[in-house]
Design a protein around this ligand. Structure first.
Ligand code: PMT
Length: 407
């Protein structure tokens, strides 16, 4: 279930050409099950008509504090109190200046001040305006006041100029909304997440690998970032979009994955290994494509390094979480790996179920802690599994801190 479901969102639109993108955002929000109250400034109505927003939100658009036919002032204040989130798309230089000064001279700015929920600003404007010291100083000021900023991005602008000023992508705005609705309980962590398969070359065109799509690892990276962690995602070859605001290191083989994990090891406070590291590789790999008739009857293999086991031996105060992809004796086999690899937690994953494991958007897993106690989770989306795993990481950290503070 998405984080925006059943949430009350105020979507505010100010007067810029990017206003039409707010229409698409509204559609995404209603599809996700959010209730959306659109508020527009007078200038915003010059770019997109309120009727479009009314048709898509099923609610009258808030236009003016005192307009006849609009709800009473106090009703709007009530609306601000009920909102889970207020997002301004696009936010003009003018609205940034008003918020920096704490002005409340129209419906939107009044709502912002009356709102106790997080407020997200997605600025969009001409590059020269964006770079103006007055605007930059307002940007710093609104950030200091606790408003969350997303974008602007660099690129070609509607006016034909090139540079910063483009509205952030809707995906980035969405991510910021999810982050605003999530706890910030991982903000002190730097987490290495591994994801996807590794490929072990037989020759330049063929390899040994497995069925991992990377979905589980990418969900972990997204959710950890959303909850405030710095995330270094070390990814085998997958065809998934990179999660925003995550450092992505792309690798191919188990040896390269090991190299990348070791490179970032000193910075990490935790490691979550969801990658399906190919356990063995061809003993020899050919530099040229092996011709059809020259293929041997069998391919000798040798073991790849066990990355997690190696790090379990030198983990210090880092938290180590592994996954166990199993087809039989799932829980027993996973329990063995907790001890063998010196883990704080393992996620046992029965990969024979059609709704779980490789390539699916859902997963059914068991969490097994250091004392080998097992918690059976129901079928969940991979993001929900990620949340449960990261809840455990937070608990382990809290438990350690409590132990340390005991006299
Ligand atoms: O990517 P998806 O399509 O979303 O699928 C998700 C998944 C099934 C790949 C994932 O949920 C999962 O189970 N990942 C672990 C797969 C695996 O390699 O399991 P394992 O039991 O072979 O390994 C145990 C642990 O040791 C894993 O954390 C693994 O990353 C690590 N390992 C394994 C071998 C090796 N040489 N080095 C390792 O570090």
């Amino acid at each position: 279930m998405g984080l925006l479901k059943d949430k009350e969102i105020i979507l505010a639109v100010t007067g810029g050409i990017a206003g039409y993108k707010a229409v698409e955002l509204l559609r995404m929000l209603t599809e996700a099950g959010a209730g959306v109250q659109v508020v527009m400034t007078e200038n915003a109505c010059q770019f997109v008509g309120p009727i479009t927003f009314e048709a898509l939100s099923g609610r009258q658009v808030g236009l003016d504090l005192f307009a006849p036919g609009q709800e009473a002032v106090m009703a709007h204040i009530e609306l601000a109190r009920q909102a889970d989130l207020l997002v301004i798309v696009p936010a003009t230089a003018n609205v940034l200046a008003k918020l920096a000064a704490g002005l409340a001279d129209d419906l939107l700015t009044t709502l912002v001040l009356a709102c106790r929920s997080p407020v997200i600003l997605a600025p969009a404007m001409n590059v020269a305006m964006w770079e103006k010291p007055a605007v930059q100083s307002n940007v710093k000021r609104v950030q200091g006041l606790g408003y969350r900023l997303v974008g602007p991005e660099q690129g070609e602008l509607a006016c034909g100029d090139e540079g910063y000023g483009r509205l952030a992508s809707l995906a980035a705005i969405w991510e910021e909304m999810e982050a605003a609705l999530s706890p910030n309980d991982l903000s002190k962590e730097t987490i290495i997440v591994t994801a996807g398969p590794t490929q072990e070359a037989i020759d330049p065109v063929r390899f040994l690998s497995n069925r991992s799509s990377g979905r589980m690892g990418y969900a972990l990276a997204r959710v950890a970032r959303r909850r405030g962690a710095r995330v270094i995602l070390i990814s085998g070859p997958v065809s998934l979009p990179s999660p925003g605001r995550v450092e992505v290191v792309e690798v191919n083989s188990a040896a390269k994955m090991r190299e990348a994990v070791l490179k970032h090891w000193q910075e990490a406070s935790a490691l979550v290994m969801a990658a399906a590291v190919t356990d063995f590789k061809p003993a020899k790999s050919s530099k040229v494509k092996v011709k059809k008739g020259e293929f041997p009857a069998s391919i000798p293999v040798k073991a790849n390094p066990d990355i997690l086991k190696e790090l379990g031996e030198k983990k210090g105060d880092r938290i180590l979480i592994g996954f166990a992809a199993e087809t039989d004796n799932v829980v027993d086999n996973a329990r063995l790996k907790v001890k063998e690899k010196n883990l704080d937690l393992i996620v046992a994953n029965d990969v024979t179920r059609p709704d779980s494991g490789f390539g699916t958007d859902t997963n059914r897993v068991q969490l097994i802690n250091q004392d080998l106690e097992m918690t059976d989770l129901p079928l969940l989306t991979k993001e929900e599994v990620a949340d449960s795993v990261l809840d455990r990481l937070v608990q382990i950290r809290e438990k350690r801190a409590a132990k340390l503070s005991r006299p």
